[in-house]
Design a protein around this ligand. Structure first.
Ligand code: WTA
Length: 639
C-alpha cells in the first residue's frame, strides 16, 4: 500500500526516506494506486539534468480529465465540484456538481473541436474567475490541446506577446469582468491585442457583464449559444504522460516572459498528492484557494489537484476588500470553508483593518490555513494564526514556483510543527540543497545559501516553450546537476527551511513576479526618458514595491514632473499591466555604474530601502559622485 495520506511526523520521516532512497518505487506505487491510466508506463523515471531532460511515467497513457471528472461520476456525481462565489455577495453562489462539470467540459470540448482545435494546438484563455475559465482549461486538457491561461489583468500588449509566443489560433475570453466595484472591458483588450496577432482566427466570448462589445464577423462568437447547442459528451483524447498539458508564462529577470511547459502524467500525480497531504483534504471538506487561475496556484490548487481528489473547490470572482474587508470571512462562514489558502499580501492588507471585520463571522469550520507566493513575515503569520485560525488551524507556509508545478517545501498540517516564517520540511520526494557562491553544496544545518533541487520530481516544468536553451541556461547552468530556483534560503538546526527571497532581478510585488528588464524597457519607450533602473524595496502590504530611478534625455527638462510620472506609469500599464506600476519615481542626473557600464542595482536597492549607512565600496564606480546626489534626492522624497 502506498502512503497516500500522511498522518504523523514518524510517518513523514519514514515516507520521506523511502521517496529519496527509492524514488521510482515510491512514485510508481502512488501513481498505480490512486489514478486511472489507459496504459501503464514503460519506465517510471528517466532523467539527465545536463540536457536537461526529464521523463516521468514514460510510455503511459491517460487523460487528466478522466481522473478529475469521469472517475468521480459514479460515487460523487452529485457532489459539488466547483462552488462559484460571485464578485457581488448579493448574487447567488453556483454549485456545479461533478456531473454538471463533466457535461459542460464535454460541451466545451466539442465547441473547441468544431472551431478547429486539435491535439497539440495552443489555446489562449483570457477570462476572469468565472466557471467558464475552469471549464475551458479542462476542455483543452480533454481534447489534448495545450492551454495557455493569461491572467485577465495583463494589458493588451502583454496578452499579444503571450499569444504570439506560442502561436495560439484561438482565444477564449468574456465581454467584461467584475473586480470589486470596477468593471473591466476584457473584450476590447483582446481586440486590441489581436491587432498584433493576425493568426488568431477564432474568438469565443463568454457573457458575464452584459456590456456592449464589438463582435468581429467571421472571427468572434458568443459562447453561451454554442454551449446550448453543443453535444454533451466527448470521449477524452488519449495522451502520453509526457505530452504537454499547458503553458504558463512567468517573468524572468531579463527578456520576454518564459512559457513554462508542464506535462500530463507527472503533473497530475504530484499536484494531487500534495493537495491531499498539504491540505489534509477529507471527503466533505469545502476547500478555498483565493488565487486566480491565471497563476500556477490556481492551475494546481484550484483546478487539477482538488478535482483529481474529488474535492469541492471554491472559485471566487471577487476581491478581499469588496464590498468591505470582511468579504473573505463572510465567504468562509457562508460556505463553511475547511481549508483556506491565500497570499501574504492579502493577509497584510486585511490585518490593517479593524478586527470587527473578522470577529463578525463564524470561522469555526476552518481546519487548515495556507500561505503562498512570497515570504510571510512574522507579524502577518501571527495575525493569521491567531485571528483567523484562533490558534487551532495550522498555517501551512507553502514554498514553490510556476516552474515546480506543485508545492515543494511546506508543513503537513497536524503533522509538522509550524514555526512562523519557516516553510519547514521538504515535501515527500523533494531533495533541496543549499549552494555557496563557488557552486558547492553547503552541508549541515544553521546555514544559508542559494536554494537548488538535486533530484527530479514529477511536476517539474519540462522546458520553456520554443526555447529549450533558455530553460537550460536559466535553471540548470548556475550549478552542476541541480535545478536552481532563483531563491535564497536558510536552514535551521532541525532542518527547517526559511525562504529568504529572490537572489536575481525578479521582484515579487503583492505576490506577482515581475522582472525588472521588461519594466525598464517600457519606461525607456517614453520619449523623454534616457535610462532607467528599477529596484524593489520593502512595502508593508505589498511585500515589495517598485522604485524607479530615471534619467531624462534633456537635463534640466522643464516638463511637469508629476505629469511625467503619470505618463511613465501609463506606459508600464499599457506594456505590462497595472500590477507593474512604480510606487516611487526619482529623476536623477545619472545612474551609478561600474567601469564596464553596468548599473549597480545593489546601491540603488539600499538607497530605495533607506539603508544607506553601509553602501559598500563605491570608489570603483565610474561616477561615484551621483551616489550622493541620489541619496539626497531620495531622502528629500521620504519626507
Ligand atoms: C516566491 C507561486 C517565500 C519565491 C507558487 C518563488 C515564496 C516565487 C513562497 C515563485 C513562500 C512562493 N515563501 N517565498 N511560501 N512561495 N514564493 O512562480 O520567490 O508565482 O521563487 O509561484 O515566489 O512565484 P510563482
Amino acid at each position: 500500500m502506498s502512503n497516500y495520506s500522511i498522518k504523523s511526523l514518524e510517518e513523514y520521516f519514514q515516507v520521506y526516506r523511502k521517496s529519496v532512497r527509492d524514488p521510482e518505487t515510491f512514485w510508481e506505487e502512488i501513481a498505480e494506486e490512486h489514478f486511472d491510466w489507459r496504459r501503464k508506463w514503460d519506465s517510471v523515471l528517466h532523467w539527465d539534468f545536463s540536457k536537461p531532460e526529464v521523463k516521468w511515467f514514460d510510455g503511459a497513457q491517460l487523460n487528466i480529465t478522466e481522473n478529475c471528472l469521469d472517475r468521480h461520476l459514479q460515487i460523487r456525481g452529485n457532489k459539488t465540484a466547483i462552488l462559484f462565489e460571485p464578485n457581488d455577495p448579493k448574487e447567488e453562489a453556483e454549485h456545479i456538481t461533478y456531473r454538471d462539470l463533466h457535461e459542460r467540459v464535454c460541451r466545451m470540448s466539442n465547441i473547441l473541436k468544431e472551431n478547429g482545435v486539435n491535439k497539440g494546438d495552443r489555446v489562449c484563455i483570457y477570462l476572469p474567475m468565472i466557471p467558464e475559465l475552469a471549464i475551458t482549461v479542462l476542455a483543452c486538457a480533454r481534447i489534448g490541446a495545450i492551454h495557455s491561461v493569461v491572467f485577465a489583468g495583463f494589458s493588451s500588449n502583454a496578452l499579444a506577446t503571450r499569444i504570439n509566443d506560442c502561436d495560439c489560433k484561438i482565444v477564449v475570453t468574456s465581454d467584461g469582468s467584475y473586480r470589486g466595484a470596477k468593471t473591466l472591458d476584457l473584450k476590447s483588450i483582446v481586440d486590441k491585442a489581436l491587432e498584433e496577432c493576425p493568426q488568431v482566427s477564432h474568438v469565443l466570448v463568454a457573457k458575464r457583464t452584459g456590456q456592449k462589445v464589438n463582435m468581429k464577423r467571421g472571427r468572434d462568437q458568443w459562447l453561451d449559444s454554442l454551449m446550448e447547442q453543443a453535444y454533451a459528451d466527448f470521449p477524452a483524447e488519449i495522451m502520453d504522460a509526457e505530452d504537454p498539458l499547458f503553458i504558463l508564462y512567468t517573468s524572468g529577470s531579463t527578456g520576454k516572459p518564459k512559457g513554462m511547459v508542464h506535462s500530463c502524467g507527472g503533473y497530475m500525480v504530484y499536484t494531487a498528492y500534495t493537495f491531499k497531504n498539504i491540505f489534509q483534504y477529507r471527503e466533505d471538506d469545502i476547500y478555498w484557494c483565493t488565487a486566480d487561475i491565471g497563476w500556477i496556484t490556481g492551475h494546481s490548487y484550484i483546478v487539477y489537484g482538488p478535482l483529481a481528489n474529488g474535492a469541492t473547490t471554491v472559485m471566487f470572482e471577487g476581491v478581499p476588500s469588496y464590498p468591505d474587508s470582511g468579504r473573505f470571512w463572510e465567504v468562509v462562514q457562508k460556505h463553511k470553508i475547511t481549508q483556506f489558502y491565500t497570499a501574504p499580501t492579502a493577509i497584510r492588507a486585511l490585518a490593517k483593518e479593524k478586527l470587527d471585520y473578522v470577529n463578525s463571522y463564524d470561522l469555526s469550520s476552518l481546519k487548515v490555513l495556507g500561505s503562498v507566493g512570497e515570504p510571510i513575515n512574522e507579524e502577518a503569520w501571527h495575525w493569521y494564526n491567531n485571528n483567523i485560525g484562533k490558534g487551532q488551524s495550522p498555517v501551512v507556509d507553502t514554498w514553490w514556483q510556476t516552474e515546480t508545478g506543485g508545492i515543494m517545501i511546506s508543513p503537513i498540517p497536524y503533522v509538522t510543527p509550524t514555526t512562523p516564517t519557516f516553510a519547514t520540511f521538504p515535501f515527500i520526494g523533494i531533495q533541496p540543497a543549499l549552494m555557496d557562491d563557488q557552486g558547492n553544496e553547503i552541508l549541515g544545518n544553521q546555514t544559508q545559501g542559494k536554494l537548488c533541487i538535486k533530484f527530479p520530481w514529477p511536476s517539474m516544468a519540462r522546458t520553456i516553450w520554443g526555447d529549450h536553451e533558455r530553460y537550460k541556461n536559466t535553471y540548470f547552468s548556475a550549478f552542476d546537476n541541480c535545478y536552481f530556483t532563483g531563491d535564497g534560503a536558510f536552514r535551521d538546526e532541525v532542518g527547517y527551511y526559511r525562504i529568504t527571497g529572490r537572489v536575481d532581478d525578479v521582484i515579487i510585488v503583492s505576490g506577482h513576479n515581475l522582472g525588472t528588464a521588461p519594466i525598464e524597457d517600457a519606461i525607456n519607450e517614453h520619449p523623454a526618458v534616457a535610462e532607467s533602473a528599477i529596484v524593489g524595496y520593502p512595502h508593508d502590504v505589498k511585500g515589495n514595491a517598485l522604485y524607479g530611478f530615471i534619467t531624462l534625455k534633456e537635463v534640466g527638462e522643464s516638463r511637469d514632473r508629476d505629469n511625467l510620472m503619470k505618463e511613465i506609469n501609463q506606459k508600464i500599464a499599457e506594456q505590462i499591466g497595472p500590477i507593474a506600476k512604480l510606487e516611487k519615481i526619482l529623476f536623477v542626473s545619472g545612474l551609478p555604474k561600474t567601469r564596464s557600464g553596468k548599473i549597480m542595482r545593489r546601491i540603488l536597492r539600499k538607497i530605495a530601502s533607506n539603508e544607506t549607512e553601509n553602501l559598500g565600496d563605491i570608489s570603483t564606480l565610474l561616477n561615484p559622485e551621483v551616489v550622493q546626489e541620489i541619496m539626497e534626492a531620495a531622502s528629500a522624497k521620504q519626507v
